[in-house]
Design a protein around this ligand. Structure first.
Ligand SMILES: [Zn+2]
Length: 287
């Protein structure tokens, strides 16, 4: 059964580790993340962007697929199904479809409007026992077509949004989505520390986990980050493994064209990436 992300993140914050959010794109992705979480005895959050939601034929399809896998693959570790960077309308659609967690990304609204809409969604999610993530300060890189610069959130605004009763808070600390540029300045630990001091027990979320050096990840966890989003890194390892299979001509040998064979190396590559992240984040054996 899907669970809210609240308990797993409260435990993570207290235990000084982080739970990974791995974004899913299809059946192989979902199965790879769930099986790895079970093998690692780790809690996990499956992330679904609105774009990926459309790609997978809609939120209800995803809820059906994930619930089916939890049962038929005997997944017993805590699993949350979470809308990533949801719009106001997308958040409502996911609540309706049976997700157990949502992110409402109101970071592009003026702070007053972000607060009003977040408040309304907090009331609905509380009533349903779901978790809700809010974002303050835009996170750079590409978020479904919108390219931001990687700004740092205002700790006062973070406190205002945290006080609305959200479960977890994503705050820009110089992190960006996708691959990091050569001249990236790194995470702003001063900002993170200031936000953590203002927001207390609130689990903080680090977006754009791909390519942040390991020592920075560990320091961010020390400073209160309890959820780390990983998306691009699984895409890169899936693509590299699939490329290798085809470049070696394996799709042309025997029944190598069978999708169950063709997609197997990419599937294994996602599993390896997820395992590596769970070890780095410290969530192994924390289910
Ligand atoms: Zn993000």
């Amino acid at each position: 059964m899907l669970v809210s992300a609240k308990d797993m993140l409260t435990k993570a914050k207290e235990g000084h580790y982080a739970v990974g959010q791995f974004n899913i794109n299809n059946l192989e992705w979902t199965k790879a993340v769930l099986l790895t979480a079970q093998e690692c005895n780790s809690p996990v959050i499956l992330g679904v962007s609105e774009g990926a939601g459309k790609y997978m034929a809609g939120y209800k399809t995803i809820v059906g697929m994930v619930n089916g896998m939890l049962e038929e693959l005997n997944i017993t570790v805590p699993v949350a199904l979470h809308l990533d960077h949801g719009s106001y309308e997308g958040a409502k659609a996911c609540i309706e479809a049976g997700f157990s967690s949502i992110m409402f990304d109101g970071s592009h609204y003026p702070i007053e409007e972000n607060i009003a809409k977040t408040k309304e969604l907090v009331a609905i999610t509380n009533e349903k026992g779901m978790s809700i993530e809010a974002e303050v300060g835009s996170i750079g890189g590409e978020e479904d077509g919108v390219v931001g610069a990687g700004e740092c959130a205002d700790p006062e605004e973070c406190k205002m949004v945290a006080d609305l009763g959200v479960t977890m808070l994503a705050a820009g600390i110089g992190n960006i989505h996708g691959k990091y540029p050569e001249n990236w300045a790194g995470l702003s630990f001063d900002t993170l520390d200031a936000i953590q001091k203002k927001t207390g027990k609130m689990p903080l979320v680090l977006h754009g986990g791909t390519g942040i050096p390991e020592d920075m990840i560990k320091k961010a966890i020390d400073l209160g980050v309890s959820k780390i989003n990983v998306n691009t890194e699984c895409q890169l390892s899936f693509a590299a493994a699939t490329r290798k299979y085809i470049e070696e001509g394996k799709d042309l040998q025997g029944k190598g064209f069978d999708p169950r064979k063709l997609l197997a190396p990419g599937f294994e590559a996602i599993k390896a990436t997820v395992k590596e992240k769970m070890e780095l984040f410290g969530s192994v054996n924390k289910a």
